[in-house]
Design a protein around this ligand. Structure first.
Ligand code: SF4
Ligand code: SF4
Length: 190
């Protein structure tokens, strides 16, 4: 079923300069309890200084939610895969193991999982998530579905350095990635 979101998070991985503004902004989103929920990694620290953000891709059929024994991870009508409901989460960490990207984090003190909820308080009203609001290099963008279609058209190349998502890992995702030059020829991201 088509979700109700007007816009999507779109990632141009090779724009990232490693400033980690996205992580700082993430902590400031209402309901995030001053904890960031994503990651910025070095692509190949021994070779260059290229970094890239690793975000929850808000899978259409999310492994994290499927693996939860108590249905603590709900999917919003916009397609955003929400953080675990505090009153339900058992702290079993099945979701982190199931996620192909290892996204859900674990609060050792509260024994609770927490993850990116795509700043649902903002994105449900089509306001960009915190990370995309602050990224100075347009690595993280909040764009309309029409803009996404235009980008895809522009980037459709025979050498496949455009992908609209990462289907080889977890099928269709709501977040879209433009796989960059830095990863060309790499079969797997992680
Ligand atoms: S804010 Fe943008 S450029 Fe800075 S680390 Fe995050 S993704 Fe990279
Ligand atoms: S990327 Fe991981 S945490 Fe995010 S929806 Fe997919 S399986 Fe869940």
């Amino acid at each position: 079923m088509e979700n109700t979101a007007k816009s999507v998070l779109y990632i141009e991985l090779d724009n990232c300069i490693g400033c980690r503004s996205c992580l700082a902004a993430c902590t400031q989103c209402g309901g995030h309890e001053e904890r960031n929920r994503n990651y910025v990694y070095d692509v190949n620290p021994l070779v260059n200084r290229q970094t890239m953000p690793i975000m929850c891709l808000h899978c259409v059929n999310p492994a994290c939610a499927r693996s939860c024994p108590v249905q603590a991870i709900q999917v919003h009508e916009t397609g955003a895969v929400l953080s675990a409901m505090v009153e339900k989460c058992l702290g079993c960490q099945n979701c982190t193991i199931a996620c192909p990207y290892g996204i859900p984090k674990f609060d050792e003190e509260q024994k609770l999982m927490y993850k990116c909820d795509l700043c649902i308080d903002r994105t449900k009203d089509d306001i960009p998530p915190m990370c995309a609001s602050v990224c100075p290099t347009n690595t993280l963008q909040w764009i309309s579905k029409e803009e996404l279609a235009a980008k895809k058209k522009k980037h459709t190349l025979d050498n496949e350095n455009w992908v609209a998502s990462a289907p080889y890992l977890e099928n269709e995702t709501n977040v879209r990635i433009n796989l960059p030059g830095i990863l060309q020829g790499t079969a797997k991201l992680f």
